[in-house]
Ligand binder design. Structure first.
Ligand SMILES: NC(=O)c1ccc[n+]([C@@H]2O[C@H](COP(=O)([O-])OP(=O)(O)OC[C@H]3O[C@@H](n4cnc5c(N)ncnc54)[C@H](OP(=O)(O)O)[C@@H]3O)[C@@H](O)[C@H]2O)c1
Length: 265
């Protein structure tokens, strides 16, 4: 299927690896020009080269910056050779907040989580959405978490901040921009086999004294699909949400989790 987005410009944040890279790769395969972002310049440059090898006909620009800062966001809008603020597609993403007990989180911990996982996506949307509406086409995809649908007790910072973003975009997606060809959807990853997931498995293994493979197997066994998702599977969902064909789908929360969430809806 031709997704009808070749030649458009996408900003994909947190894209040197993991789910963000999966989205960038799927968009590159659709012929979309890319500005990709992450903090570490070396791994970002390696990602740029991989994407350029996959799709030599597209432009790929790497912007090494912390997207949760105003300077980082300015950098992605001022990337030389990029579209300025005239992105057709924006994929919001950054690292998730740390786990812990809410009794130990002070105001600063909350502000940091809300800043990264709620206000940063909102700032990115604010800067780009009206231009998309004027041009009659726009796709915003937020990478959030299954914790929005089924909260995880030790991830209270994530549950709270990401739910705030979800509530905000639910309203915005249904506002006047919907009639102007702009959609906003979120993907709520369950357990995807990225460095972040491996790091959580390693932490569990060292805390419990279990073997890493045993921890991974035990977690995979809890998922009806009996495995973790892949960044490629995640990217394919993202590319579809950015497609011309997905134009009638907005304000939705898509939950790829191998069947882990037990509810009917
Ligand atoms: N994997 C899962 O199963 C899963 C499940 C639920 C939710 N999530 C959420 O999905 C998001 C992506 O997870 P992932 O598994 O893909 O993580 P990952 O493999 O650790 O990749 C994170 C990517 O984001 C970049 N990044 C992190 N903080 C950034 C910042 N402040 N500014 C710019 N780039 C930043 C990282 O590069 P640098 O470190 O170089 O900046 C890297 O490219 C996270 O918010 C995570 O909490 C993931």
């Amino acid at each position: 299927m031709d997704f009808g987005i070749a030649g458009r410009w996408a900003l994909v944040c947190g894209a040197s690896k993991g789910l963000g890279f999966g989205c960038a790769k799927a968009l590159a395969e659709e012929g979309v020009n890319l500005v990709i972002n992450a903090r570490s310049a070396d791994s970002l440059q390696a990602a740029v080269q991989k994407l350029q090898a996959i799709a030599p006909q597209i432009k790929v620009i790497g912007v090494a910056a912390d997207i949760t800062t105003p300077e980082g966001r300015t950098a992605v809008f001022e990337a030389a050779g990029g579209p300025g603020k005239d992105y057709d597609i924006v994929v919001t993403n950054a690292g998730g907040p740390p786990p812990g007990d809410f009794r130990t989180w002070d105001r600063e911990a909350w502000i940091k989580a809300v800043d990264a996982n709620m206000l940063t996506p909102i700032e990115l949307i604010k800067a780009t959405v009206d231009g998309m509406a004027e041009r009659g086409f726009g796709r915003i995809v937020n990478i959030t978490s299954s914790a929005v649908k089924a909260p995880i007790d030790i991830l209270g910072l994530s549950n709270g901040a990401r739910s705030g973003l979800t509530g905000f975009v639910a309203g915005l997606a249904r506002s006047g921009i919907a009639a102007k060809g702009v959609t906003i959807n979120s993907i709520l990853p369950g357990k995807f086999d990225t460095d972040r997931l491996v790091a959580t498995h390693q932490a569990t293994a060292s805390k419990t004294g279990q073997d890493l493979d045993a921890v991974r197997q035990a977690q995979a066994d809890q998922i009806p699909a009996k495995r973790f998702g892949t960044a490629e599977e995640f990217g394919a969902i993202c590319a579809f949400l950015c497609s011309r064909q997905a134009g009638y789908m907005t304000g939705q929360n898509i939950l790829p989790d191998g069947g882990l969430y037990p509810g009917t809806y």
